[in-house]
Design a protein around this ligand. Structure first.
Ligand code: SF4
Length: 222
């Protein structure tokens, strides 16, 4: 099997090309959004399918179009908007706490990882999403979908928690391009959702199968 660097470059090239024809379109992928819209989307996307969030996101933004308006929302109003997404009590509390924390900061989003992660409801993944999508930094959107692809293509993780796993964290960064990082992260998420699926991955039609460790391991066993 070729070196990890070669295989990372191969995956990057193939997925960038694949994305041109297979990109999913979601309202939070617009270039015109600010930090408020992007952060709200990432909070809603936690443990919820993108298609489900997509059906509710525009009306939520219309009703609460800014940190300021969200900070002033009545809890029962917000809960009513979030109910169709599930986890609505927790999400509502998180969004209100976050909006109030932003209000105390004069609605200015912090710039460093440490201060972003200190905001209510913001863990490593959302901090990465903010650093990548708002500030253009080279950070992976390492969720269960990206983790699954990385683990199958390169090597198995060492730890259960992907936030601390050295294999996932290292390869998650290694595959990132130098430019258009946001789009590449979306390509990985879309590819993991459409091809390298959790159940029944489409290995027979996968464009990166020749360098996929898991696929080749299974071939050798046959
Ligand atoms: Fe995923 Fe199969 Fe492609 Fe490997 S060959 S990346 S397991 S779909």
């Amino acid at each position: 099997m070729r070196s990890a660097s070669f295989r990372a470059a191969y995956l990057r090239r193939v997925l960038q090309h694949w994305f041109l024809d297979h990109a999913r379109s979601f309202p939070w992928r617009s270039n015109r959004l600010g930090n408020y819209e992007l952060t709200i989307a990432e909070i809603l996307l936690q443990r919820t399918k993108a298609e489900t969030v997509s059906s509710r996101y525009p009306s939520l933004l219309k009703r609460f179009p800014s940190w300021k308006r969200l900070a002033k929302a009545r809890p029962h109003q917000l809960k009513a908007y979030l109910k169709p997404l599930g986890l609505w009590k927790r999400r509502s509390n998180t969004l209100l706490e976050l909006a109030k924390a932003m209000s105390k900061r004069g609605y200015r989003l912090p710039r460093t990882r440490e201060s972003i992660e200190a905001l209510p409801g913001v863990g490593q993944y959302i901090a990465n999403a903010i650093l990548c999508q708002v500030y253009g930094q080279r950070e992976p959107l390492l969720d269960v979908n990206m983790a699954r692809l990385v683990e199958r293509y390169f090597e198995r993780r060492k730890l259960a928690d992907l936030r601390d796993d050295p294999v996932l964290q290292s390869y998650g960064r290694k595959i990132l391009p130098r430019t258009r990082i946001r789009e590449f992260n979306w390509a990985v998420l879309d590819f993991a959702s459409a091809v390298c699926r959790a159940r029944n991955p489409k290995c027979a039609e996968c464009p990166i199968s020749r360098h996929c460790a898991d696929y080749n391991r299974r071939l050798r066993k046959k």
